[in-house]
Design a binder for this molecule. Structure first.
Ligand SMILES: Nc1ncnc2c1ncn2[C@@H]1O[C@H](COP(=O)(O)OP(=O)(O)O)[C@@H](O)[C@H]1O
Ligand SMILES: [Mg+2]
Length: 323
């Protein structure tokens, strides 16, 4: 078995907002990603996805704090690294693509030079070498007429083209690991499909590992080889994509699938009107219980661990759906 490039162990992150109860955004996350893996992390807004991405990048904003756990990247714990060490890792070995590409780009600098600058800073290339690398990268992300586009400014590009430039910047140093945090959700559906296909090809060619974060379970089915469903800062179900799509066992996963199916009968079967937020005591048991159509008293009282219920298929539920 190949070693994981990224291992997250028992990660706890809390935001300590002054005068308020602390927000426990991540409450014991465990997963690993191997080279060539694309892990889809799926969960609704507020489930802690961006907090995870920022934790890996070493960019948890104040008043957030990593309380517990380790993030092993290539065998080294990132949570123990200095700010300077993280700065040199970020952008070279570890990169992130976020939505709203124009905000990522400097409006005053031609896009080709922005890609070249990343290569100069992180790989120490000469100007000519960096320009060549940038041009190759613009070609790789399928920007038409790259010689000319090299000199254009971000505002002259469409949203889809700007996203490609951001991807070029993320990949120009051949990172070992890339995080996409909701990066394609702002694009038109067809453009999104093109960008995903491109990312897929680039990461599989270079065996880059990728964490693909999204609220959209539908996209992940084609794009990711493994899935992790996250609810309230914990993984509730994880398996290979085909396995998870065929044998979903957590009621939350079934609720997400039903919502995606657009079938009203299926939707009402898995959705219950209920409080979205469990009490802090309830969160120690199953935080999904207040919204779960299958919940029993024990779901509000007893905590439950991720358990392997089928080979490679882990579920955190007292009453998993089995057939
Ligand atoms: N800077 C912050 N200050 C305080 N609370 C935050 C901050 N960022 C996120 N949170 C809280 O942490 C939880 C997880 O947020 P986030 O990681 O952004 O989730 P997602 O990306 O899945 O929408 C939410 O309850 C959110 O309100
Ligand atoms: Mg987010």
């Amino acid at each position: 078995m190949e070693d994981a490039i990224l291992e997250v162990e028992d990660l706890h992150v809390t935001y300590h907002v002054y005068g308020k109860d602390p927000v426990k955004a991540l409450r014991g996350l465990d997963f690993e990603i191997k080279p060539g893996d694309i892990l889809g992390l799926v969960g609704e807004s507020g489930s802690g996805k961006t907090t995870l991405a920022r934790s890996i990048m070493g960019l948890v904003p104040a008043p957030g704090r990593i309380e517990r756990g380790r993030i092993l990247f290539d065998g080294e714990d990132l949570t123990a690294k200095s700010r300077e060490a993280m700065q040199s890792i970020r952008g070279r070995d570890l990169t992130m693509v976020v939505p709203n590409p124009r905000a990522e780009l400097n409006p005053l600098v031609p896009v080709g030079r922005q890609v070249a600058n990343v290569a100069r800073v992180h790989l120490g290339l000469s100007k000519a070498q960096a320009n060549r690398a940038a041009l190759e990268m613009l070609q790789a992300v399928k920007i038409s007429d790259p010689e000319r586009r090299f000199h254009t400014y971000p505002h002259e590009l469409s949203g889809g083209m700007a996203q490609r430039v951001v991807i070029a910047m993320a990949l120009v140093c051949s990172p070992k690991f890339i995080i996409s945090d909701d990066a394609t959700s702002g694009l038109d559906v067809t453009v999104q499909a093109q960008v995903l296909e491109l990312l897929n090809r680039l990461v599989s060619e270079k065996r880059t590992a990728m964490l693909y974060i999204t609220r959209d379970l539908g996209v992940t089915a084609h794009f990711c080889n493994r899935l992790a469903i996250v609810y309230d800062g914990q993984i509730v179900e994880t398996a290979n994509t085909a396995e998870l799509i065929e044998y979903p066992m957590h009621p939350y996963t079934l609720m997400l699938m039903a919502a995606f199916s657009q079938n009203p009968r299926l939707r009402s079967m898995w959705t219950k009107a209920g409080s979205r937020i469990a009490s802090e005591a309830g969160r120690q048991a199953c935080p999904f219980a207040p919204r779960c159509v299958r919940a029993e008293p024990r779901c509000y009282q007893d905590s439950v661990a991720l358990r392997e219920l089928r080979p490679g298929h882990l579920v955190r539920c007292h009453i998993p759906v089995t057939r």
